[in-house]
Design a protein around this ligand. Structure first.
Ligand code: TUI
Length: 321
């Protein structure tokens, strides 16, 4: 399969694994890249020594390109930004802010730069600064999110830039991949779908919670702080919502979130922030990274050759290809 994304990133399939803070390590990223997608090591909240180890771990699993994600709200973001160049990773993605300050450094080092954006305005700004592609991430996604849905955001971003667009948020299988391509994307990024794969080291309790989730089981907390985060409903989320309703300032809320991801990572899925996207409801299997990617691409291509009438007929029989 060939798209501007596969050519740009030097990968076989235009499927990128979303960076999931404290979860997406070298083991997962290496497996995704070896399977022909792009694996990304999430550096939000990570120490530089950990990042070095994980890049080495991914390199031991694959000789194909890998990526690093810089979480821009992280106090160590500028340190991580420099590590990207030093470690010679092929691709950098960014999240939760504008990477304007680092763009020149990365471009000069020959790194492919793919910022995650939640608006067409930021996408256009990123293109002007030299971004190679953008990830347009809709509010269906897990973790830190913007306002627009994938359905509204992807065509809007595609109209605003000439560089290729990778769609994210709510994509879990070939149906979503085909829909994203119909909206203007040339690649997809999936996070939640990779949470339950064999190579993902997230706590078993988190995997089980995703596998059992229904479509109304995610909730957004932190809107009052200006940093909304989507995760699975639990005691922590209910408490957050209760306090948010009563709070009079953002600062009053910030304290609640300290350590919440660490608790979930340690397996406390009731009192921690169990980030996941709306499509958690559609994740009902585990599988391997290679199976996820191969099935997604196979299904998208099998659907793409059909007329709308044929698609409707398949839908009427609730049939999958
Ligand atoms: O970054 C993400 N998702 C994340 S980061 C993360 S780590 C975390 N840990 C604990 C608490 C909170 C977060 C978990 N999930 N996605 C990419 C993304 N970026 N989504 C939306 C945006 C975004 C939003 C606004 C990017 C830029 C922006 O505006 C920047 C500007 O300057 O206009």
């Amino acid at each position: 399969m060939k798209t501007r994304i596969t050519e740009l990133l030097g990968i076989e399939y235009p499927v990128v694994q979303g960076a999931m803070a404290r979860i997406a390590d070298g083991g997962l990223a290496g497996a995704v890249s070896e399977a022909g997608g792009l694996g990304i090591i999430a550096c939000g909240g990570a120490r530089p020594e950990w990042i070095r180890e994980q890049v080495a771990r991914a390199r031991a699993l694959t000789s194909k390109p890998i990526g690093i994600n810089v979480m821009l709200m992280d106090p160590r973001a500028s340190e991580v930004a420099e590590l990207v160049c030093e470690l010679g990773v092929e691709v950098v993605t960014t999240g939760a802010g504008s990477p304007a300050n680092y763009m020149k450094m990365w471009k000069d080092a020959g790194v492919k730069v793919v910022p995650v954006v939640a608006s067409s305005a930021l996408a256009a700004r990123m293109e002007r600064l030299g971004a190679d592609a953008v990830v347009a991430e809709g509010t269906e996604a897990g973790g830190h999110i913007g306002e627009l849905t994938t359905m509204a955001l992807v065509p809007s971003v595609a109209a605003a830039v000439s560089i290729p667009v990778i769609a994210a948020g709510g994509i879990v299988d070939g149906r979503g991949m085909l829909a994203a391509f119909a909206l203007g994307a040339e690649g997809v990024q999936c996070g939640t779908r990779f949470l339950t794969v064999e190579e993902c080291g997230v706590h078993e309790a988190w995997k089980e919670k995703v596998l059992k989730a229904k479509d109304s089981d995610t909730i957004v907390t932190g809107r009052g702080t200006g940093h909304p985060v989507r995760g699975l409903k639990n005691k922590f989320a209910r408490e957050c919502r209760k306090i948010e309703m009563a709070a009079t300032s953002g600062e009053e809320l910030e304290g609640m979130y300290a350590g919440s991801l660490a608790r979930a990572v340690a397996g406390d899925v009731e009192n921690g922030s169990v980030m996941a996207g709306q499509v958690a409801a559609l994740v009902t299997e585990r599988g391997t990274a290679a199976e996820v990617i191969a099935n997604m691409v196979r299904e998208a291509e099998a659907l793409a050759g059909r007329s709308l009438g044929e698609l409707a007929e398949l839908n009427s029989r609730r049939a999958r290809v």
